[in-house]
Every structure is written in C-alpha cells, then in structure tokens.
Design a binder for this molecule. Structure first.
Ligand code: DAH
Length: 334
C-alpha cells in the first residue's frame, strides 16, 4: 500500500469516526477509540512515522492537514468524555436522590426507672441535709446482720422460710436495709449520719408486695440525739417528698432494734391514714454490740419502702407495675 493510500485510509477512518462518535454512550468504548486514534501506536502516530518517506514539501503539506484532523479528533473525544461523565454523574445523583420532605425516624430516648429516680431524689435530699450516702451492697446477707444484731429473736416469725429467702443455714437475701446498721456503725467514726439504699427481699406477692423491693435506711448517731430530732427529720422529709405540707401521725409501734419505735402515717384524701415508714431511737443494745458508750451517744434510725412512696405520691395501685416494664406505664414518670 502506497503512503497516499495509507493517508486516504486514515482520512476515511477519521471521517467515519466523526459521524459515529454520536452513538458512543459508554466511557470504556470511548477510551478504546482514544487509544486506537491517539495512542502511542495509534493511527495518527503511525501515519506520521510513515510520512517520513515523503519529500519535504509533501510531508509538510500532509502534516499540517493530518495535524488539523488529529486536533479535531482530540477535541471531539475530550468533549464526548466530559459529556458521558456528566451524564453518568447525573444518573447517579438521580438514582440516589434523597427526599428531604420524608418524616425522619423517631428516636426513642430511654429514661431512668421511676424507682431509681426516686432513690436519687431521696439521696439528694438527705445529702443536702448533711447525710453521707453510701452504697448498700450485701444483698446476700448473713443471719447475724439481718436478724441477730437487730435483736430479732431466734423464734421470730420473720425468720421463717415463708417470709425469708434462705440460701443456706446462715445466709439469706436480706429482708430489710436495717441489716446495714451494724456495718455502718463499725465502719464510721462518730458522729454518724448515713443514708443507704438497696434491694430487699421477702416472700410476698400481691398488689402491695413483690419479692424484691427497694428500701432506704437512715441512721444518725451523735451526742444528744433525741426523739424531737427524729420527728423533725421525718416530718420535713415527708413534706419535701410530697411537695406540700402533709398531715402526719406518729404512731407508736414496735421494732426490736429501736426503742421507742414509731410508724409514720400520712392522711390521704382527708380520710385514710396510710403508713409510710418506720423509725425510732436506736436500741442501746445495738450500740453496745460495738462498744459505744450509750451515756454519751444516742441515735435514731428510719426505714422506708421506695415503691410504697412512689405509689402514694403518684397514685399507683399495683406495685407489680414497676417491674413489668410496660412503656405505657414507665413513660408517665419521664
Ligand atoms: N426495717 C424496717 C422494715 O423493714 C423499717 C424500719 C423501722 C427501719 C424502724 C428502721 C427503724 O431503721 O428504726 O420494716
């Protein structure tokens, strides 16, 4: 094939490409064409090489001509490339379009359980009163701290298995937070002003009792602590908890670890007296157990059920609701 035939073939191929480029839709196909025409061993570099056999004049003439066509092809390929890339991008944007008017997903934010919340609230109240708030571990307690140390006689019905969950002959699930009293007294230097909260367990189940419930126990030991101090502490706590001046009744009662002992009732709907807590002056025998000079130091103590307090304040009629985790119930305390 003469060099002129070759040049004619190049001209034909480029002409054909110019009319067909419109059909190219795919970037890969375009790149292939780019290599065929403009690559190192492509149509243009080959023809330029071959033109070296032409005389100077002819070579100059054809070089100018073919360079012009090459530039045209370069331009066409470049603009086609931009077009394809832009349309690809547009397709991608269209397919991934976000409808900003759609309603967003709802977030359910958890909240603190009403019992925990009330414990924090009461702890906060007493810590502002100068009480030391401590952690009431020892859910598994020994017989000594739960009963013996608190003067509860060996034959007391509370010790029986229908009231107490025994683990073995010596250990049990504590039935009251008062079991922390001796531990608190042993650990602290006097004066003591401590509040402790935690779980207590009793073999009971109905609308007013669950086998596990929460109690808060307070203990104050100091010189000259008397019954009026205890009454004032209880009275101001109750008013603060119910956020109003509550009518209260301090009713004489019996607990083996306090003397005298009282239960505090509050008047509901101006009709019913409802018991809300137990308290009393710490029994001297308890203080003597840890060698406290009872002529010098006296103390008072109180204990209350957290569920009961929340039930009274929020008019909850069944204690079991606290542990069923029904969100319709729990959300009301948010
Ligand atoms: N521990 C008692 C109970 O579970 C409550 C109680 C009564 C605690 C009198 C006290 C107290 O500290 O002095 O019923």
């Amino acid at each position: 094939m003469s060099i002129y035939d070759e040049i004619t073939s190049v001209l034909k191929k480029t002409k054909l490409f110019k009319t067909n480029i419109i059909k190219i839709k795919d970037i890969k196909e375009l790149e292939l064409k780019k290599i065929i025409f403009l690559g190192k061993k492509g149509i243009f570099s080959e023809i330029f090489k071959k033109m070296s056999c032409l005389c100077q004049l002819e070579r100059k003439k054809w070089s100018i001509e073919i360079n012009k066509i090459k530039k045209e092809i370069q331009y066409l390929i470049k603009s086609k490339e931009t077009k394809i890339l832009n349309s690809n991008l547009q397709n991608k944007i269209n397919s991934e379009k976000i409808d900003v008017t759609l309603p967003c997903k709802r977030f359910n934010i958890g909240s603190i359980h009403p019992i925990s919340k009330t414990i924090y609230e009461i702890e906060d109240y007493f810590s502002k009163m100068g009480f030391n708030v401590v952690n009431g571990n020892f859910e598994i307690e020994d017989e000594y701290h739960n009963f013996d140390a608190l003067n509860i006689p060996k034959d007391h019905p509370a010790r029986e298995s229908h009231d107490t969950f025994w683990i073995n002959n010596n250990y049990l699930l504590r039935t009251q937070m008062s079991s922390m009293q001796i531990r608190i007294l042993k650990e602290n230097k006097f004066p003591v002003k401590t509040l402790v909260s935690g779980k207590a367990y009793r073999n009971d189940y109905d609308a007013k009792h669950t086998p596990m419930f929460h109690q808060i126990e307070g203990l104050v030991i100091d010189k000259k602590i008397n019954f009026s101090n205890l009454k004032w502490i209880m009275s101001s706590f109750i008013d603060s908890f119910f956020k109003e001046k509550v009518t209260k009744r301090f009713r004489s009662s019996f607990f083996p670890f306090t003397v005298p002992s009282m239960e505090v009732d509050i008047l509901k709907e101006e009709k019913y007296w409802i018991e809300i807590l137990g308290c009393g002056m710490v029994h001297p025998t308890i203080l003597k157990k840890i060698n406290v000079n009872t002529d010098k130091y006296q103390g008072c103590a109180f204990g209350m059920g957290v569920e009961r307090l929340v039930m009274l304040r929020n008019k909850v009629t069944d204690i079991r609701l606290f542990f069923e985790n029904d969100l319709r119930f729990l959300k009301q305390f948010k």
